[in-house]
Design a protein around this ligand. Sequence first.
Ligand code: PGA
Ligand code: ZN
Length: 396
Amino acid sequence: LITEVRLREILDSRGNPTVEAEVRTESGGFGRAAAPSGASTGEYEAVELPPEEAIANARERAVPRIEGQVYAGDQRTVDRTLHGADGTDDFSGIGANVAVAVSMAAAKAGADMLGAPLYQHLGGAFRGDGFPTPLGNVVGGGEHAADATDIQEFLAAPVGAPSVTDAVFANAAVHGAVADLLAERDIPAAKGDEGAWAPSVTDEEAFAIVSAAIESVEDEVGFEIRMGLDVAASELFDGEQYVYADTTRTPDEQIEYVAELASDYDLAYIEDPLDEDDYEGFAELTGRVSDETLVCGDDLFVTNTERLATGIETGAANSILIKPNQIGTLSDAFDAIELARENGYDAVVSHRSGETEDTTIAHLAVATDAPFIKTGAVGGERTAKLNELIRIEANA
Ligand code: PGA
Ligand code: ZN
């Protein structure tokens, strides 16, 4: 039985306050978790409130319904109680940030009581034995860095890696190779919010640099590494056109452009190639790219089963990004993963641009046998998850 829920503000990786929750149980179980935070957030995400306000709301409305009443191991009841205390359909009552922190902390307390790792508690005895391939953000811009690329994320996708550990080190090597190529060309670069290099180059130059970096690391490691993108196209769309630094593209031209990129660069993964309201455009692009390319909805689906159902009906995308804080609880995230799986969509578990040392998403990806996880390539709040994957693999 949960005896205590403690809430506080802690720092996230951007230096902003975020919500941390601690859950304690009668039998001595303990769990601690923190909410991440997006910068290129989808319009349809659950609502993040200022942490101070979210904490006050939860203390008043949610905590009294949980303490002394709900079992930590009973995740569905924990999450239903959070919804009940909130009373809205987008967590605008208490705040999705406080909800997700409590939901994840309860799951960790549940695992602690069992003496099992979190992935085991969440995935159970019959989970698959696969490991997610990490997608590593190596160059980026958009809302995550000023004066850098228009496309938000250029990702390394080490699809041929024999293990998670090999994949994690390969992504870091690509990140390092990009630094060398930038230095050779005298292009200065700081890092964006997720640790990716954020040079002031055109998207075209970024494609050249990232492909060269991937090729050099492929030669070194001897397995296949492909390229992926998060276009985060909603941030480029002005309601009529996609606005790039040097040009604009109509929706049709955008589909054409991304389809060409997919074939020119053999893209393994394309996230949010079109605006978050454009199911039709997503469907058209999905039909045009090869079966070997994932078209993934982040802002399009926002981890929401209703929006995913619309995508399934219309043929929009063939994979879904899973960010627990977009929907507010682990149960909701599991439901989205389940619906995706039943319909042949791949689930890609993901971090946010604002992160903490919390490692829940690494366990969520392993628990649900997700084929991919997107959680950066370098930087402490990113390596927290990557190193956790290495540990899980080593101990599994
Ligand atoms: P965000 O970016 O966390 O700033 O939304 C990540 C993404 O768009 O995938
Ligand atoms: Zn995205």
